[in-house]
Design a protein around this ligand. Sequence first.
Ligand code: C2E
Ligand code: CA
Ligand code: CA
Ligand code: CA
Length: 279
Amino acid sequence: AKRNGRNGMQFYDPAMQQALEAKAALESDLRRALEENGFVLYYQPQVDQDGRTIGAEVLIRWLHPQRGLVPPAEFIPLAEETGLIVPIGNWVVETACAQLKLWEGRAGLDDLQLAVNVSAPQFRQADFVAQVRRTLERYGLSPGRLKLELTESLVLDDIDDTIVKMQQLRESGVRFSMDDFGTGYSSLYYLTKLPFDQLKIDRSFVHNLGVTQNDAVIIQTIIGMAENLGIESLAEGVETEEQLGFLNAHGCNLYQGFLFGRPLPLEQFQARLQAFAQK
Ligand code: C2E
Ligand code: CA
Ligand code: CA
Ligand code: CA
Protein backbone atom coordinates (compact mmCIF):
# COMPACT_ATOMS: atom_id res chain seq x y z
CA ALA A 1 0.00 0.00 0.00
CA LYS A 2 1.24 3.43 -0.88
CA ARG A 3 1.40 6.18 1.68
CA ASN A 4 2.30 8.98 -0.65
CA GLY A 5 0.74 9.34 -4.09
CA ARG A 6 2.59 10.84 -7.02
CA ASN A 7 1.17 14.27 -6.21
CA GLY A 8 2.05 13.96 -2.53
CA MET A 9 -1.54 12.94 -1.85
CA GLN A 10 -2.18 10.75 1.20
CA PHE A 11 -3.97 7.47 0.56
CA TYR A 12 -5.96 6.07 3.41
CA ASP A 13 -4.67 2.68 4.42
CA PRO A 14 -7.06 1.00 6.88
CA ALA A 15 -4.64 -1.78 7.86
CA MET A 16 -1.88 0.64 8.72
CA GLN A 17 -4.29 2.93 10.50
CA GLN A 18 -5.48 0.01 12.62
CA ALA A 19 -1.95 -1.00 13.50
CA LEU A 20 -1.13 2.54 14.62
CA GLU A 21 -4.25 2.73 16.74
CA ALA A 22 -3.51 -0.63 18.37
CA LYS A 23 -0.01 0.56 19.21
CA ALA A 24 -1.28 3.83 20.67
CA ALA A 25 -3.80 1.91 22.79
CA LEU A 26 -1.08 -0.45 24.02
CA GLU A 27 1.13 2.48 24.93
CA SER A 28 -1.55 4.22 26.98
CA ASP A 29 -2.40 0.89 28.68
CA LEU A 30 1.28 0.52 29.58
CA ARG A 31 1.35 4.01 31.09
CA ARG A 32 -1.68 3.18 33.15
CA ALA A 33 -0.14 -0.11 34.28
CA LEU A 34 2.86 1.85 35.60
CA GLU A 35 0.65 4.17 37.59
CA GLU A 36 -1.65 1.46 38.88
CA ASN A 37 0.92 -1.18 39.80
CA GLY A 38 -0.12 -3.46 36.97
CA PHE A 39 3.11 -5.44 36.65
CA VAL A 40 4.18 -8.56 38.53
CA LEU A 41 7.45 -10.42 38.82
CA TYR A 42 7.80 -14.16 38.34
CA TYR A 43 10.76 -16.02 39.81
CA GLN A 44 12.57 -18.77 37.94
CA PRO A 45 14.94 -20.87 40.07
CA GLN A 46 18.67 -21.01 39.37
CA VAL A 47 20.20 -24.21 40.66
CA ASP A 48 23.76 -25.36 41.41
CA GLN A 49 25.39 -28.73 40.67
CA ASP A 50 24.06 -30.16 43.94
CA GLY A 51 20.51 -29.18 43.02
CA ARG A 52 20.37 -26.32 45.52
CA THR A 53 18.45 -23.22 44.48
CA ILE A 54 20.88 -20.33 44.81
CA GLY A 55 18.52 -17.69 43.50
CA ALA A 56 16.20 -16.75 40.69
CA GLU A 57 15.89 -14.70 37.57
CA VAL A 58 13.02 -12.26 37.89
CA LEU A 59 10.82 -12.08 34.81
CA ILE A 60 8.21 -9.40 34.38
CA ARG A 61 4.60 -10.00 33.37
CA TRP A 62 1.84 -7.52 32.80
CA LEU A 63 -1.48 -8.18 34.49
CA HIS A 64 -3.72 -6.67 31.84
CA PRO A 65 -7.31 -5.99 32.96
CA GLN A 66 -8.78 -7.58 29.80
CA ARG A 67 -6.03 -9.68 28.30
CA GLY A 68 -4.81 -11.36 31.48
CA LEU A 69 -1.14 -12.17 31.99
CA VAL A 70 0.83 -10.64 29.11
CA PRO A 71 4.34 -12.03 28.47
CA PRO A 72 7.26 -9.61 28.17
CA ALA A 73 7.81 -10.30 24.47
CA GLU A 74 4.46 -8.58 23.83
CA PHE A 75 5.24 -5.29 25.55
CA ILE A 76 8.99 -4.88 26.22
CA PRO A 77 9.75 -3.88 22.59
CA LEU A 78 7.16 -1.10 22.67
CA ALA A 79 8.28 -0.08 26.16
CA GLU A 80 11.82 0.24 24.79
CA GLU A 81 10.66 2.21 21.78
CA THR A 82 8.66 4.68 23.89
CA GLY A 83 11.15 5.00 26.74
CA LEU A 84 8.63 3.53 29.18
CA ILE A 85 11.17 0.78 29.81
CA VAL A 86 13.08 3.23 32.02
CA PRO A 87 10.42 3.58 34.74
CA ILE A 88 9.37 -0.06 34.22
CA GLY A 89 13.00 -1.20 34.62
CA ASN A 90 13.39 0.93 37.73
CA TRP A 91 10.29 -0.70 39.16
CA VAL A 92 11.81 -4.14 38.53
CA VAL A 93 15.08 -3.24 40.30
CA GLU A 94 13.14 -1.67 43.17
CA THR A 95 10.83 -4.66 43.56
CA ALA A 96 13.68 -7.18 43.40
CA CYS A 97 15.63 -5.31 46.09
CA ALA A 98 12.56 -4.97 48.29
CA GLN A 99 12.04 -8.72 47.97
CA LEU A 100 15.66 -9.52 48.87
CA LYS A 101 15.23 -7.40 52.00
CA LEU A 102 12.00 -9.17 52.96
CA TRP A 103 13.74 -12.55 52.67
CA GLU A 104 16.54 -11.66 55.07
CA GLY A 105 16.51 -13.90 58.11
CA ARG A 106 13.86 -16.25 56.70
CA ALA A 107 14.65 -19.97 56.49
CA GLY A 108 15.40 -21.13 52.97
CA LEU A 109 15.17 -17.61 51.56
CA ASP A 110 17.88 -15.77 53.41
CA ASP A 111 20.79 -15.86 51.00
CA LEU A 112 19.11 -16.04 47.63
CA GLN A 113 20.37 -13.88 44.78
CA LEU A 114 18.10 -12.23 42.25
CA ALA A 115 19.02 -11.64 38.62
CA VAL A 116 17.36 -8.70 36.88
CA ASN A 117 17.22 -8.06 33.12
CA VAL A 118 18.36 -4.61 32.05
CA SER A 119 17.36 -3.01 28.75
CA ALA A 120 19.70 -0.85 26.69
CA PRO A 121 17.68 2.40 26.96
CA GLN A 122 17.54 1.89 30.73
CA PHE A 123 21.27 1.15 31.10
CA ARG A 124 22.21 4.15 28.92
CA GLN A 125 20.40 6.64 31.16
CA ALA A 126 22.93 9.07 32.62
CA ASP A 127 21.62 8.35 36.13
CA PHE A 128 21.36 4.56 35.84
CA VAL A 129 24.23 3.93 38.27
CA ALA A 130 22.92 6.48 40.77
CA GLN A 131 19.44 5.03 40.51
CA VAL A 132 20.57 1.46 41.29
CA ARG A 133 22.88 2.65 44.08
CA ARG A 134 20.12 4.63 45.73
CA THR A 135 17.88 1.58 45.70
CA LEU A 136 20.59 -0.66 47.15
CA GLU A 137 21.36 1.85 49.87
CA ARG A 138 17.71 2.30 50.72
CA TYR A 139 17.40 -1.43 51.42
CA GLY A 140 20.88 -1.88 52.86
CA LEU A 141 21.45 -5.17 51.06
CA SER A 142 24.69 -7.05 51.52
CA PRO A 143 26.89 -7.15 48.40
CA GLY A 144 26.39 -9.80 45.77
CA ARG A 145 22.67 -10.34 46.17
CA LEU A 146 21.63 -8.34 43.12
CA LYS A 147 22.82 -9.51 39.72
CA LEU A 148 22.22 -7.53 36.55
CA GLU A 149 21.85 -9.39 33.26
CA LEU A 150 23.24 -7.49 30.29
CA THR A 151 23.10 -8.80 26.74
CA GLU A 152 26.06 -8.80 24.39
CA SER A 153 24.45 -6.25 22.09
CA LEU A 154 23.85 -3.84 24.98
CA VAL A 155 27.42 -4.24 26.18
CA LEU A 156 29.05 -3.71 22.80
CA ASP A 157 26.84 -0.90 21.64
CA ASP A 158 28.83 1.60 23.73
CA ILE A 159 31.70 -0.26 25.29
CA ASP A 160 33.26 2.72 27.10
CA ASP A 161 30.01 3.72 28.80
CA THR A 162 29.45 0.05 29.66
CA ILE A 163 32.84 -0.38 31.33
CA VAL A 164 32.49 2.77 33.43
CA LYS A 165 29.01 1.91 34.65
CA MET A 166 29.82 -1.72 35.35
CA GLN A 167 32.88 -0.76 37.37
CA GLN A 168 30.94 1.81 39.39
CA LEU A 169 28.16 -0.61 40.17
CA ARG A 170 30.59 -3.35 41.00
CA GLU A 171 32.05 -1.10 43.70
CA SER A 172 28.56 -1.04 45.18
CA GLY A 173 28.50 -4.85 45.30
CA VAL A 174 26.41 -5.49 42.18
CA ARG A 175 27.20 -8.62 40.18
CA PHE A 176 26.87 -9.04 36.43
CA SER A 177 25.83 -11.80 34.10
CA MET A 178 26.28 -11.77 30.33
CA ASP A 179 22.86 -12.83 29.06
CA ASP A 180 22.22 -14.88 25.91
CA PHE A 181 25.95 -15.42 25.58
CA GLY A 182 27.12 -16.89 22.28
CA THR A 183 24.43 -15.31 20.11
CA GLY A 184 26.34 -12.07 19.50
CA TYR A 185 29.85 -11.05 18.67
CA SER A 186 31.67 -10.65 21.98
CA SER A 187 35.28 -11.57 21.70
CA LEU A 188 37.44 -12.88 24.47
CA TYR A 189 39.21 -9.53 24.28
CA TYR A 190 36.10 -7.60 25.38
CA LEU A 191 35.29 -10.15 28.01
CA THR A 192 38.64 -9.56 29.69
CA LYS A 193 37.86 -5.80 29.83
CA LEU A 194 34.45 -6.20 31.42
CA PRO A 195 33.85 -7.18 35.04
CA PHE A 196 31.38 -10.01 34.44
CA ASP A 197 30.81 -12.60 37.16
CA GLN A 198 28.90 -15.04 34.99
CA LEU A 199 28.36 -16.14 31.39
CA LYS A 200 24.83 -17.24 30.68
CA ILE A 201 24.69 -19.79 27.86
CA ASP A 202 21.78 -18.96 25.56
CA ARG A 203 19.00 -21.49 25.59
CA SER A 204 19.13 -21.99 21.82
CA PHE A 205 22.43 -23.87 22.22
CA VAL A 206 21.06 -25.99 25.05
CA HIS A 207 17.95 -26.71 23.00
CA ASN A 208 19.97 -28.10 20.10
CA LEU A 209 22.14 -30.38 22.24
CA GLY A 210 21.94 -33.85 20.79
CA VAL A 211 20.62 -32.39 17.52
CA THR A 212 23.63 -30.52 16.17
CA GLN A 213 27.21 -31.27 17.09
CA ASN A 214 28.14 -27.59 16.65
CA ASP A 215 26.09 -26.53 19.63
CA ALA A 216 27.82 -29.03 21.87
CA VAL A 217 31.12 -27.51 20.77
CA ILE A 218 29.89 -23.96 21.39
CA ILE A 219 28.70 -24.89 24.88
CA GLN A 220 32.01 -26.53 25.76
CA THR A 221 33.82 -23.44 24.47
CA ILE A 222 31.69 -21.08 26.57
CA ILE A 223 32.16 -23.16 29.72
CA GLY A 224 35.90 -23.18 29.02
CA MET A 225 35.94 -19.41 28.52
CA ALA A 226 34.17 -18.88 31.84
CA GLU A 227 36.65 -21.19 33.56
CA ASN A 228 39.60 -19.35 32.07
CA LEU A 229 38.17 -16.02 33.13
CA GLY A 230 37.54 -17.37 36.62
CA ILE A 231 33.81 -16.71 36.46
CA GLU A 232 30.63 -18.81 36.60
CA SER A 233 28.83 -20.48 33.74
CA LEU A 234 25.04 -20.80 33.81
CA ALA A 235 23.02 -22.69 31.22
CA GLU A 236 19.48 -21.45 30.55
CA GLY A 237 16.62 -23.38 29.00
CA VAL A 238 17.57 -26.73 30.54
CA GLU A 239 14.58 -28.98 29.88
CA THR A 240 15.82 -32.57 29.90
CA GLU A 241 18.01 -34.89 31.96
CA GLU A 242 20.13 -35.50 28.85
CA GLN A 243 20.90 -31.79 28.54
CA LEU A 244 21.70 -31.62 32.24
CA GLY A 245 23.96 -34.67 31.98
CA PHE A 246 25.96 -33.10 29.17
CA LEU A 247 26.27 -29.73 30.91
CA ASN A 248 27.22 -31.33 34.20
CA ALA A 249 29.84 -33.55 32.56
CA HIS A 250 31.41 -30.48 30.99
CA GLY A 251 31.59 -28.54 34.22
CA CYS A 252 28.76 -26.02 33.84
CA ASN A 253 28.25 -24.41 37.27
CA LEU A 254 24.60 -23.40 37.33
CA TYR A 255 21.32 -24.27 35.60
CA GLN A 256 18.00 -22.68 34.89
CA GLY A 257 15.10 -24.13 32.93
CA PHE A 258 11.82 -26.00 33.01
CA LEU A 259 13.58 -29.14 34.31
CA PHE A 260 14.09 -27.28 37.60
CA GLY A 261 11.07 -25.05 37.51
CA ARG A 262 9.08 -22.65 35.39
CA PRO A 263 8.97 -19.00 36.33
CA LEU A 264 6.68 -18.91 39.39
CA PRO A 265 4.64 -16.23 41.13
CA LEU A 266 6.24 -15.08 44.39
CA GLU A 267 4.05 -17.18 46.72
CA GLN A 268 4.77 -20.40 44.86
CA PHE A 269 8.47 -19.72 44.57
CA GLN A 270 8.72 -19.05 48.30
CA ALA A 271 6.63 -22.09 49.21
CA ARG A 272 8.93 -24.31 47.16
CA LEU A 273 12.04 -23.04 48.93
CA GLN A 274 10.54 -23.17 52.38
CA ALA A 275 9.50 -26.77 51.79
CA PHE A 276 13.11 -27.60 50.93
CA ALA A 277 14.43 -25.71 53.94
CA GLN A 278 12.41 -27.89 56.31
CA LYS A 279 13.88 -31.13 54.94
P1 C2E B 1 15.51 -14.00 28.78
O1 C2E B 1 16.24 -12.99 29.59
O2 C2E B 1 16.33 -14.84 27.86
O3 C2E B 1 14.69 -14.87 29.84
C1 C2E B 1 14.51 -16.24 29.77
C2 C2E B 1 13.22 -16.62 29.10
O4 C2E B 1 13.28 -18.02 28.83
C3 C2E B 1 11.98 -16.41 29.94
O5 C2E B 1 10.91 -16.04 29.09
C4 C2E B 1 11.73 -17.80 30.51
O6 C2E B 1 10.39 -18.03 30.85
C5 C2E B 1 12.15 -18.65 29.35
N1 C2E B 1 12.54 -19.98 29.79
C6 C2E B 1 13.09 -20.31 30.97
N2 C2E B 1 13.38 -21.62 31.04
C7 C2E B 1 13.00 -22.15 29.86
C8 C2E B 1 13.06 -23.48 29.32
O7 C2E B 1 13.50 -24.44 29.94
N3 C2E B 1 12.61 -23.63 28.05
C9 C2E B 1 12.13 -22.60 27.31
N4 C2E B 1 11.69 -22.86 26.10
N5 C2E B 1 12.05 -21.33 27.80
C10 C2E B 1 12.50 -21.11 29.06
P2 C2E B 1 9.98 -14.78 29.43
O8 C2E B 1 9.70 -14.73 30.89
O9 C2E B 1 8.83 -14.85 28.48
O10 C2E B 1 10.90 -13.57 29.08
C11 C2E B 1 11.27 -13.32 27.76
C12 C2E B 1 12.27 -12.19 27.68
O11 C2E B 1 11.69 -10.95 28.09
C13 C2E B 1 13.48 -12.38 28.56
O12 C2E B 1 14.37 -13.27 27.92
C14 C2E B 1 14.00 -10.97 28.66
O13 C2E B 1 14.78 -10.64 27.55
C15 C2E B 1 12.73 -10.15 28.64
N6 C2E B 1 12.36 -9.74 30.00
C16 C2E B 1 11.72 -10.43 30.97
N7 C2E B 1 11.61 -9.70 32.08
C17 C2E B 1 12.21 -8.51 31.84
C18 C2E B 1 12.44 -7.31 32.60
O14 C2E B 1 12.10 -7.21 33.79
N8 C2E B 1 13.10 -6.30 31.99
C19 C2E B 1 13.54 -6.41 30.69
N9 C2E B 1 14.19 -5.37 30.16
N10 C2E B 1 13.35 -7.51 29.94
C20 C2E B 1 12.69 -8.54 30.50
CA1 CA C 1 17.75 -12.87 31.09
CA1 CA D 1 18.63 -15.28 28.39
CA1 CA E 1 16.90 -14.78 25.40
